[in-house]
Write a protein that binds this ligand. Sequence first.
Ligand SMILES: *Cc1c(COP(=O)(O)O)cnc(C)c1O
Length: 389
Amino acid sequence: MPDRPTSESEGATEPAFLPYGKQEIADADIKAVVEALVSGWLTTGPRVAEFEQAFAAHCGAREGAAVNSGTAALHCAMRAIGVAEGDEVIVPAITFAASANAAVYEGAAPVFADVEADTLLIDPVSVAMKITPRTKAIVAVDYGGQPADYDALRDLAKDRGIAIIADACHAPGAIYKGRSTGTLADISCFSFHPVKHMTTCEGGMAVTDNAKMAAHMRRFRNHGIDSDHRSREAQGAHAYDMVELGYNYRLPDVQCALGLAQLARLTGWVAARRRVAGWYDAALAGLADVTPLKTHGDRTHAHHLYVVKLANHVDRDQAFARLRAEGIGANVHYAPVHLHSFYRRRGHGPGLAPVAEAVSKRILTLPMFPAMNQADVARVADALQRATA
Ligand SMILES: *Cc1c(COP(=O)(O)O)cnc(C)c1O
């Protein structure tokens, strides 16, 4: 995991553990956090709107709602779109559970669509088969950092009154047909967990061009109350109204300060990840039993993850264990969501998404973070060759 200590703390003869992801905290981050700490505003202060505007602008979107996790951003999006009991929300079978859970929070039923075998992106052909009169939204997950096929999803959704929510937690900085993530859906959700492209420790944001939805999400993250502490202070007022049942999903100013400092380096980090991916592509080209996932020609990948598929005759779990034994923090993203006990108890199970169910047994996520160098990549490739032999 990213918080694990490396190099100095481990033996001189053992190479450092290479985690699958790792954040970078610089002096500029520490300075920004300290300034926020002594500024008088720990939460609901000026840095919240500043971070919202800066991050939304970075994505090319008009508005942002900063919240305390990517999951909270997805929940805000569900509420703003009006997802409610009786509705269905189509979600890819391969994603982090939160993509589906957010629909359940609002009383709706996730419907699991299958994924493309060579990209693990939500498959529009499967989505078309799963649309019903109850379908309220489609969650497009930009798996690994590659945008889903938004044009195909939009074609399915547009005449049926179906909204598109982007779970872009893997994909800040990715591009689809010349358009950046954050502009591809009705609402796009990002995560600032330490393993993602940039961090606020925990945190997230929902971005949109729709001012009404943005205002709704900012109210929803504040208990459903129509004003916040700072605006009441500014007006010298004490009264407020709780318009609907919301939550406390606020992102503190101290964390927004960290987010602003990190955002300044986001473009460079995405470029560094692309460089690492290029080294992997070259280093793995000679391994017959290892196939990196495909990138569509009309998309630019943001490489949150570098995922490979192993040949059928390779024991994936043994390869995983062998990599771990060599200090390589391989991982698996993900087991199909509908096979978790919670979703099985709700009537989902094997057979719903055959491609996802088969491919998820063959995948491995290799270490990927901006500070990796070419020697790290060569070490992973060598270890992977031994692990799959
Ligand atoms: C990380 C992630 C989330 C949730 O983000 P948190 O900030 O951890 O709540 C949701 N969806 C996907 C695809 C993610 O990778």
